[in-house]
Design a binder for this molecule. Structure first.
Ligand SMILES: Nc1ncnc2c1ncn2[C@@H]1O[C@H](COP(=O)(O)OP(=O)(O)OP(=O)(O)O)[C@@H](O)[C@H]1O
Ligand SMILES: [Mg+2]
Length: 570
C-alpha cells in the first residue's frame, strides 16, 4: 500500500528526541487571511519603524519575555479566572461545562479530539447549539454561539462570555504546552474556567500576575472511590467484564487482545494513539455499550485524559514506557491519569480498582497513587507567526529552518516559561526549505499534523508540498489511487492503513488552510472513513467468536460497519 504514493523522498532523518509536532495553530490561519486581505497593518508599521535607522538594532524579535502582550483583546478585559483543581473523577470538567452551558456564548478547549466531540455532543443534547472544530473537522450547527475545539484551535480573536480550558496542567508539556499557554493568556472571555491538576496552580497564579485577571481556586475531592489492589492480576484467566488492560505499544496491545480472547471468555475493544480517532471513538463506544460483547478494553495511555468510560478496573501490564529515547518508569501524573479512568462517578462501575499484571510493579503503582504530582515550574511558549514573519523581513535570506533555529537559540524568556520542543518542526523545515514556497506556506507545512517518523506520512507530506510548490494545486488522485484499499490481512498491512489514514487526514488539514489549492477534501474524507471501516473490520475479524445474532446487532448499532457500507466506499 505504501506504493500508493507514487514518488518517494529518500531523505531520511534520525529520530531526534521524542517530540511530536505541535498540531495546528489558528494564528497562522488568521494571519493567512490577514495577509490575503491586506489588513496586517500593525506588522508593516512595526517593520517600517524598526527597519528605518536605529530601530533595527534596538528591537529584538526574539524577546519573548512578555507573551501576555501578544493578546490585546484579552488584555482589554479583567477576566474572572476560576481554577477547578483536584484528582481525576472529581467533577472539575462537569462543573466548568455547567457554566459554559448556561452562558450566552462560549468555547471549550480540550487536549483530545475525543474530548471536544464529547463536549459538543453534550451541549447539543442540552439544546445549546455547539460547533465542533478540530484541525480536521468543522461541524457547524445553525445558530451556534458555542464551540468545542481542540486547544490548538482556540480562538484568541473573538469575545466570549465563558471559556473552558481542560487539562490545563498540559501547559507543561514539552511539545504541546505552548498551545495551552496561548489559550490561557489569549482567550478573551468574561469567565475563564481552567480544569486540571493542583500541580499547575502556583505556576498559573504566577503567570496571571501580569494580566490583572481576577483569579480564584476551587479544590475538588474524588466523587467515587478508587481502590488500589494489593494483589496483581497474575493470569489472564482472571480478566473480568469492565477491565481495561494498559500497554504502551501496539504490538503489546494486540498480543494482549489475542491472549485474552483466546481464553474464550471475553472480546476486547482496542484504543491506541495511531488508530484513527473515529475508530478509537467507536471502539470505546462499543466497550461502553452494555449490549455489545466487547466487554474488555486493551488500551494505551491514549485513554488517559478526561475521558469517561465504563471501566471497573485498570490493570497496568507494565509500569514502564518507551518515550522515544529510552524505556522509563511511568511518572506520577501518568499513573494517576490512567488509573483515574476506573470507577467514574455515575458510570456502570462507580467504584474503581487499579492493579498491575505483575506483582513486581505493585509498589511503584501504590507509591505513585499516594504521591502528589510535582508542581509545574514552567509553561511552554512558542513565538507567534507574526514575530517570525517580521524577523524574516529583516533577514530575507534565511529559510524557515534558520529562522526556527534562531528563535530556539536566542529566545529570551521570563522564568515562568520554556521554549517549545520543535525538533519535529525542524525535520519538516529541512525537507521543504528548498521548495519555492512563501514563509507562511512553509510554516503551515511545519506545524501540520505529520508524523515524520512514519515513512508513509513523511512521503505524503513531501508529495503535497512538492505538488503545491510546482503546480499550485494538489489533486488527491494524482498521488493516491482510490479503490485500492483493502481489509488488512496482517499487522503490517494494518500499520500501513493507519499511516494512509494519517496522510488523508493531513490532506484534509491542509484543505482547511489552503482551501483553493487542496480541493479534494470530500474525496479525502470518504477515503479516510473507508480506512477506519477497514481497520474496524480487521479488528472484528481478530475476535475469537463466530458473529452471533446478538453481536451482529450490536455491531451494526455501534459501529455502522457492514460489508454493504464498505462496498459503497470501494
Ligand atoms: N454533579 C454531578 N452530577 C452528575 N454527574 C456528575 C457530577 N459531577 C460529575 N459528574 C460525572 O462524573 C464523571 C466525572 O466527572 P468529570 O469528568 O467532570 O471529572 P474530572 O474531575 O474532570 O476528571 P478528569 O480529571 O479525569 O478529567 C463524569 O461522567 C461527569 O459527568
Ligand atoms: Mg476532566
Amino acid at each position: 500500500m505504501a506504493a500508493l504514493f507514487l514518488r518517494f523522498c529518500h531523505r531520511k532523518f534520525s529520530a531526534v528526541g521524542i517530540s511530536r509536532l505541535p498540531k495546528d495553530n489558528l494564528d497562522t490561519y488568521q494571519l493567512h487571511s490577514k495577509l490575503k486581505h491586506g489588513t496586517l497593518l500593525g506588522v508593516f508599521d512595526l517593520l517600517r519603524e524598526y527597519s528605518s535607522g536605529s530601530g533595527t538594532t534596538k528591537f529584538d524579535f526574539t524577546d519573548l519575555t512578555s507573551p501576555h502582550t501578544w493578546y490585546p483583546k484579552a488584555r482589554k478585559k479583567r477576566r474572572k479566572v476560576i481554577l477547578h483543581v483536584g484528582p481525576t473523577n472529581s467533577g472539575k470538567t462537569h462543573n466548568a461545562l455547567k457554566q459554559l452551558e448556561s452562558s450566552p456564548s462560549g468555547i471549550y478547549c480540550g487536549p483530545l479530539r475525543l474530548l471536544a466531540w464529547e463536549v459538543a455532543k453534550r451541549l447539543n443534547k442540552a439544546n445549546v447549539p455547539c460547533d465542533l472544530i478540530t484541525g480536521q473537522e468543522r461541524e457547524e450547527v445553525d445558530g451556534a454561539k458555542h464551540k468545542a475545539v481542540t486547544v490548538e484551535m482556540a480562538d484568541v480573536t473573538s469575545d466570549y462570555s465563558c471559556a473552558v480550558v481542560d487539562e490545563i496542567q498540559m501547559l507543561g508539556c514539552k511539545t504541546r504546552g505552548f498551545s495551552f499557554t496561548r489559550a490561557l493568556l489569549g482567550i478573551s472571555a468574561d469567565e475563564l474556567h481552567l480544569c486540571g491538576d493542583p500541580a499547575a496552580v502556583s505556576l498559573i497564579e504566577e503567570i496571571l500576575k501580569v494580566t490583572d485577571d481576577d483569579v480564584k481556586v476551587e479544590y475538588y475531592e474524588r466523587l467515587s472511590p478508587l481502590v488500589p489492589l494489593k494483589k496483581p492480576l497474575g493470569s489472564f484467566w482472571n480478566i473480568q467484564t469492565g477491565d481495561c488492560i494498559v500497554a504502551f505499544s501496539r504490538r503489546e496491545i494486540y498480543r494482549m487482545k489475542k491472549k485474552i480472547e483466546s481464553a474464550g471468555k471475553h472480546l476486547c475493544s482496542v484504543v491506541y494513539g495511531s488508530l484513527p480517532p473515529e475508530t478509537r471513538t467507536r471502539q470505546a463506544t462499543m466497550f461502553n455499550d452494555a449490549s455489545s460483547e466487547f466487554d474488555v478494553l486493551v488500551a494505551s495511555d491514549a485513554i488517559g485524559m478526561g475521558l469517561n468510560l465504563n471501566i471497573s478496573r485498570i490493570i497496568f501490564s507494565t509500569m514502564k514506557k518507551f518515550d522515544g529515547v529510552e524505556m522509563r518508569d511511568l511518572t506520577v501524573p501518568e499513573v494517576k491519569q490512567i488509573a483515574g479512568r476506573a470507577g467514574r462517578y455515575r458510570s456502570k462501575f462507580p467504584v474503581g480498582e487499579v492493579t498491575c499484571l505483575h506483582a513486581d510493579d505493585l509498589s511503584l503503582l501504590h507509591s505513585s497513587l499516594e504521591s502528589p504530582s510535582p508542581n509545574l515550574e514552567t509553561a511552554g511558549l512558542f513565538p507567534t507567526f507574526d514575530l517570525m514573519y517580521m524577523y524574516s523581513r529583516l533577514h530575507p535570506k534565511s529559510g524557515i529552518y534558520q529562522i526556527l533555529e534562531h528563535f530556539l537559540e536566542n529566545a529570551k524568556l521570563s522564568p515562568n516559561y520554556f521554549i517549545a520542543d520543535c525538533a519535529e518542526m525542524l525535520k519538516v523545515a529541512a525537507f521543504i526549505d528548498e521548495m519555492p514556497l512563501s514563509l507562511h506556506d512553509k510554516y503551515l507545512f511545519c506545524i501540520s499534523p505529520v508524523d515524520m517518523n512514519d515513512e508513509i506520512s513523511s512521503q505524503g507530506l513531501t508529495q503535497f508540498a512538492e505538488n503545491y510548490a510546482k503546480k499550485g494545486i494538489v489533486r488527491l488522485k494524482e498521488i493516491f489511487t482510490p479503490g485500492t484499499l483493502m481489509v488488512p490481512k496482517t499487522q503490517s498491512n494494518l500499520e500501513e492503513l493507519e499511516s494512509i489514514h494519517k496522510v488523508l487526514d493531513l490532506y484534509i488539514w491542509l484543505s482547511f488552510r489552503l482551501e483553493d489549492f487542496f480541493p479534494d477534501r470530500e474525496l479525502a474524507a470518504s477515503q479516510k472513513s473507508l480506512c477506519s471501516l477497514l481497520i474496524e473490520q480487521f479488528l472484528e475479524r481478530l475476535g475469537w467468536q463466530r458473529p452471533t445474532a446478538k453481536r451482529l446487532r450490536s455491531r451494526n448499532v455501534s459501529t455502522s460497519l457492514s460489508s454493504k457500507n464498505v462496498r459503497r466506499y470501494l
